[in-house]
Design a binder for this molecule. Structure first.
Ligand code: PRE
Length: 424
């Protein structure tokens, strides 16, 4: 694995006034303490079932390694070790541990709670997000992991790498918005990287139009923001600033920060009320999202999967490519594998198959037709701990040349809240 010092990640400070590489932590030396519980051993063998034996075995190894932690620091340290931090008081090589009185320390196996993506009260989990402070992604990270240390990253890819390189423990990244649709880049990155989906967060997005103090709406000739935010406020902007040009920016809060940093009197940003506060801008209009139910769905990503359960509603996300010679009905067959088992699909997305973008068809008598090849991403409402989900995936495997379970995770069941709009 690459050391953090040799990578060219660009992290941003949470303090907007000091944009230094505050998050260039040295890579913990003993990444291998991950305990043999490697994602490969826990991913669903032949794509369908969880190897419980492997899991228990791994826990036993890990628990013997963390036994020493119990002596010194308790749960926070234990979790730090699980997360790969080299804690001053912890010597991870002691297996098993002998105390000064010559007695062996009893082994404390990890519990599900220790490994759950839910934050432990008072612990500060490091969560990578794309954007700068004041971005909706930062707020979503806070909703997913209250009290977390949010780590701003300048690109989605950097957030993935931050977790892979142990600079962050989790990443929280947007995948779709109720108005703007899918954030395709993150679908592609899910496939390129090996992180696991361990949860989802649905975040109501409430947009404001921000400008420097004293600037009037009729002075605005340009509105800048994240393309998704511009798409989510299209109609409101037509009314509020009909003649202003719209320009895409990395993220909503960066747009607000840019206006403040450059003292731009002719430019407004679509961003959050928190961004207005952080960058000393005034709110020209509040609640300018075109729909009161404007919600962005974020995925919580981790280096290791969680154990799927059946005691609460779970969702599972998979990605697959159809087998080349299985004919045109593959997608139908795959979808019926779920339908016959009464498993509801919540999302289907297709992306170009980067290794095999085109399939040439026909016998040449009328020329050659070129069909596009796709990777299909499907979310379904079932846990991989359920037999019906395992059977459905066994069947799906028959029609696919590639199948990967991206994660089986608890559904976000928080009560629905509407964001009041300008017209409301
Ligand atoms: O720009 C931000 O504030 C973000 O967090 C990004 C993002 C996105 O990528 O969709 C997140 C939520 C909103 O839908 C608008 C923008």
């Amino acid at each position: 694995m690459q050391a953090a010092s040799s990578c060219d990640l660009k992290f941003r400070s949470t303090d907007p006034t000091t944009r230094t590489a505050r998050y260039s932590h040295a890579m913990p030396k003993r990444v291998a303490v991950q305990c043999g519980y490697r994602s490969e051993s826990f991913s669903f063998p032949n794509g369908v079932s969880v190897s419980r034996a492997d899991w228990q075995n791994s826990c036993a190894i890990l628990s013997s390694k963390v036994a020493s932690v119990e002596d010194h620091g308790g749960l926070a340290d234990k979790i730090a070790v699980v997360n790969g931090h080299k804690n001053g008081s912890v010597d991870l090589s002691l297996v098993p541990v002998e105390t000064t009185k010559g007695k062996l320390t009893p082994v404390q196996p990890l519990t599900i709670t220790d490994l759950s993506p839910a934050p432990l009260h008072g612990s500060s989990i490091r969560v990578a997000y794309q954007g700068v402070p004041g971005a909706y992604s930062e707020a979503a990270a806070g909703k997913a992991y209250p009290n977390c240390e949010a780590i701003p990253c300048d690109q989605f890819d950097v957030a993935f790498q931050a977790v892979e390189l142990w600079i962050a423990d989790r990443a929280v990244l947007p995948v779709e918005n109720s108005l703007g649709g899918s954030i395709h880049r993150n679908y592609d990155l899910l496939l390129r990287h090996r992180l696991h989906i361990v949860g989802e967060v649905q975040f109501p997005v409430h947009h404001c139009l921000l400008a420097l103090p004293g600037v009037r709406k009729d002075c605005i000739s340009r509105v800048i923001s994240h393309p998704q935010a511009l798409a989510q406020t299209e109609h409101s902007l037509n009314n509020l600033t009909p003649h202003a040009a719209r320009e895409a920016f990395h993220d909503t809060a960066a747009a607000a920060e840019y206006i403040a940093a450059n003292n731009l009197h002719d430019t407004a940003a679509v961003a959050s009320a928190r961004a207005a506060e952080l960058y000393n801008l005034q709110i020209l209009a509040d609640g300018i999202q075109d729909d009161a139910g404007n919600v962005t769905r974020f995925l919580m990503l981790a280096r290791e999967p969680i154990i799927p359960r059946t005691d609460r509603p779970f969702k599972t996300s998979i990605v697959f490519a159809a087998q080349e010679h299985k004919g045109t009905s593959v997608l139908f067959k795959v979808l019926s594998a779920f339908a016959f088992r009464n498993i509801s699909l919540t999302k289907i997305e297709s992306r170009p198959h980067h290794n095999r973008p085109l399939r040439v068809v026909g016998d040449g008598s009328f020329g050659t037709a070129k069909n596009f090849e796709y990777m299909f991403y499907v979310d379904f409402e079932a846990s991989m701990a359920e037999t019906r989900a395992q059977n459905a995936l066994s069947e799906v495997q028959e029609y696919t040349s590639f199948l990967r379970v991206l994660g089986s995770y608890p559904m976000d069941m928080t009560p629905w809240t509407m964001s009041p709009t300008v017209d409301a």
